[in-house]
Write a protein that binds this ligand. Structure first.
Ligand SMILES: [Fe+2]
Length: 384
């Protein structure tokens, strides 16, 4: 019999136009908010201006920190936390994709203390400012869970961390905001959703609840991942991908991730221009091959949930068809690429392999098949 505890306190507001409720929601926590966002997309789409107006109409003052880069660094987070302390904000709103959302949670923790945010990897955080997430991409899952990922710019280390106080209070998921998402972001964040449920569904920490979230997400991905990429204005597909992202985010909140994430974080930590989903795309197939024997039955279940026809295939063949389907998916998303195509230098692979263990040890432990540094290096070399 399974034994587990589940806790997720995030209030989810989902649907077209729900960003309009942001003022009322924010006002519950404070009348002085720090908006943490990136440098471009939310300004260009007009979403940032719109949010500031919505907050103002509800009597909430906004201070904007728009210095978050993809693969956010500890120095960006510490700067934003300094602004939060100086301006005495009572609320942090993360606006954008995974990077601003992850950063908002880390800023909320760092603003409460007086130590650099990096120290919270070792010193558990007990309190944080309240956080609201307003997500603009469909992939990260960060909108509904406690996790934050940050990069140390001096060492390239990119660990994930998450404490109970880091759960967002509210997640505002408005698929209309996602219509402006560029095709490459749709592809990479959408593939991140697939990896979240693949790693959650096969991970050692999975349970009935995380698996239920995954199964529904496989159905959503089956019909919507490629469609959202090919038909960017298809509101239904955008909406279903937004749901998929949140469900997958809840799944990994319960059961964590595995070796694809363990290897990808050091890849994009050392090469900050690489999008998380692109890093995952190059590592997925070799990682799936490595785990095949440990979870053959799970592969057949996932193949079924993704609508792959069994048609006389043996168990082994049907399990393999999941890997073939993944390759097809990557081709359709224009992500069938290699590590070298992303500009990774071959002599960096041993460093990346080592950091998978030092910064993402919990993901290595959660992987269904036992794995050592030698095997991780082999997967990296085979993906090169
Ligand atoms: Fe991810």
């Amino acid at each position: 019999m399974e034994t587990f505890n589940i806790y997720n306190p995030v209030k989810i507001h989902f649907g077209a136009g729900v960003i309009g409720e942001a003022g009322k929601i924010a006002k519950k926590y404070s009348d002085n908010a720090l908006i943490v966002t990136g440098r471009n997309s939310m300004q260009k789409s007009g979403t940032l201006d719109r949010l500031v107006k919505i907050l103002k109409n509800a009597g909430v003052n906004s201070i904007i920190f728009d210095g978050i880069t993809p693969n956010p660094t500890t120095s960006e987070i510490d700067s934003a936390a300094g602004v939060a302390r100086e301006k005495k904000v009572g609320l942090v709103i993360g606006l954008g994709g995974g990077s601003p959302l992850d950063s908002a949670k880390a800023v909320a923790v760092a603003a409460k203390g007086d130590i650099p945010v990096w120290n919270y990897l070792k010193t558990p955080a007990k309190e944080a400012l309240p956080v609201i997430t307003i997500v603009s991409t469909s992939g990260t899952g960060s909108e509904v869970n406690r996790y934050s990922v940050m990069t140390n710019p001096e060492t390239g280390e990119k660990p994930g961390f998450g404490y109970e106080c880091m759960y967002p209070k509210d997640a505002i998921i408005d698929p209309e905001i996602m219509l402006s998402m560029p095709a490459y972001v749709t592809a990479t964040t959408g593939f991140d959703v697939f990896v979240h449920i693949f790693e959650s569904f096969t991970g050692k920490a999975r349970n009935a609840f995380s698996s239920a979230y995954c199964m529904q997400t496989f159905y959503l991905l089956k019909d919507n991942l490629i469609r959202a990429y090919k038909e960017p204005d298809n509101v239904e597909s955008r909406s279903n991908m937004a749901l998929a992202s949140a469900l997958a985010g809840l799944a990994i909140d319960i059961s964590g991730v595995g070796i694809m994430h363990a290897m990808e974080h050091p890849v994009s930590g050392n090469y900050p221009d690489i999008a998380h989903g692109a890093g995952l795309a190059v590592l997925a197939v070799e990682s799936m091959k490595y785990n095949l024997n440990a979870c053959k039955r799970d592969y057949t279940l996932m193949a079924h949930h993704l609508g792959i026809k069994r048609a006389g295939k043996s168990d082994d063949e049907y399990a393999m068809s999941l890997i073939e389907k993944t390759e097809e998916m990557l081709t359709a998303l224009n992500l069938n690429i290699r590590l070298k195509d992303l500009g990774v230098k071959k002599d960096k692979l041993p460093k990346i392999s080592g950091e998978a263990f030092t910064t993402m040890g919990f993901a290595i432990q959660n992987n269904p098949e036992t794995i050592g540094e030698k095997e991780v290096l082999k997967i990296l070399e085979n993906s090169y």
